[in-house]
Design a protein around this ligand. Structure first.
Ligand code: GLA
Length: 387
């Protein structure tokens, strides 16, 4: 893959100079959804699918960028003096946002670069293709400009870029797991303080199967920011009677005792999800450590129900995929993953049942929704790096 992309790079921009290659994975979250902006826990892992970046530093301030995924758009030309967001800049808003963030944080990028990008994460599928682009570009900038920063800094800078440049108020989960991922492990992350622990995923004859609903979701135009605001408004109300700084600090009991303070019944359900999902995530990691995959799967199922009924971010496509998965032989657990409103589901399936699972769930989905889902049997890989 790397050699092929370098050849393409040379075709586009010419040979010679110091051409370097980078990779940043996509991510799948196993449990802990919509908890990361509420100071709760998440449990994502990095995939072996992801984004490749080939780059070469320039002597001037020009930026030339080409995506193999949008090759019909040709080379997008701009410069370090034009770092502002505009819809018409399409995917190049992500690299531009990262450069802009580096400037904001005191890491001045003084020379432009030529860049070729290729991603094999399905676009807009909820496997974090955008965060993957951001982190790949950040790792490239750190390397070719020799900046001194940690992978944690990179995750935080990329989140800042997504929030402030691209206008999506996301939490830290995606950028963190992409920057910090580890082969065959999931990351148990406490988003209130960024303490984390790698939990080895010993899958003992089981596979992680991702089903893409092929219902596209743009986080920016979705209800994501609205959910976040609903949580913030509820937290403000709860603070009048509780000494807490995030919803992640609430136990289920404390929530039940104080929920009347929240003035809107819809927001009561939003908070119930945030609180119970955080507790489920902690329990799920305990179950996994104890080798109890069945309990882990049960908690995944409960997570989906909570996202469906209390947080209302699933919709008919994701519900159809998950409900069909629950009926199949050899399924330990299944839930939506990522922001929701379209995107993907994640299921843990006994290896010998995977083929039948894909056939059956695929057929049910096509019949009910009217178009096909795509399935990926995925491996857990390492975080972003030079390759
Ligand atoms: C998106 C965001 C994350 C997280 C998830 C939901 O992926 O980027 O920060 O909030 O949705 O868990």
């Amino acid at each position: 893959m790397k050699e092929e992309l370098i050849r393409k790079f040379e075709e586009l921009y010419g040979e010679g100079g110091d051409i370097r290659a980078y990779f940043a994975p996509g991510r799948v979250n196993l449990i802990g959804e919509h908890t990361d902006y509420n100071g709760g826990h998440v449990f994502p892992c990095a995939l072996t699918l992801g984004t490749y970046v080939i780059a070469r530093k320039r002597d001037d301030r020009r930026l030339r960028m080409f995506s193999q995924n949008f090759s019909h758009l040709g080379i997008a030309e701009s410069s370090l003096d034009e770092l502002y967001y505009h819809r018409k800049f399409g995917w190049t808003n992500y690299p531009k946002g990262v450069i802009w963030t580096f400037h904001e944080k005191g890491y001045a990028v003084t020379n432009g670069f030529d860049l070729l990008l290729y991603g094999n994460i399905p676009n807009g599928s909820g496997l974090s293709s955008s965060a993957s682009v951001e982190v790949a570009v950040a790792v490239m900038l750190k390397d070719i400009y020799g900046f001194d920063m940690s992978m944690k800094d990179i995750a935080l800078f990329c989140q800042y870029s997504e929030n402030k440049f691209n206008g999506v108020n996301c939490g830290i989960m995606d950028q963190f797991s992409i920057a910090m991922g580890k082969k065959d492990s999931a990351i148990f992350l406490d988003t209130s303080n960024l303490d984390y622990e790698y939990a080895p995923l010993d899958m003992k004859g089981y596979k992680i199967v991702i089903a893409s609903s092929n219902k596209k979701r743009g986080l920016g135009d979705s209800k994501y920011n609205e959910r976040r605001d609903q949580c913030d408004d509820s937290l403000a109300e709860l603070k009048s009677v509780l000494d807490i700084s995030t919803l992640g600090e609430l136990t289920v009991e404390a929530f039940e005792k104080t929920k009347e303070i929240i003035t809107d019944p819809v927001r009561v359900r939003r908070v119930r999800h945030a609180v119970t999902e955080n507790q489920r995530t902690v329990q799920a990691v305990k179950a996994l450590k104890a080798g109890d995959l069945k309990q882990f799967g049960q908690l995944m199922n409960e997570s989906h129900i909570s996202l469906r009924d209390d947080y209302e971010v699933t919709g008919p496509e994701l519900d159809t995929l998950v409900e069909a998965a629950w009926e199949q032989k050899g399924v330990i657990g299944s839930r939506m993953t990522g922001a929701g409103f379209g995107g993907c589901t994640v299921s843990i399936v006994e290896e010998s049942c995977v083929e039948e699972f894909i056939r059956q769930v695929g057929a049910i989905y096509l019949k009910k929704i009217g178009y096909s889902a795509d399935f990926y049997v995925v491996d857990i890989g390492d975080g972003a790096r030079r390759i």
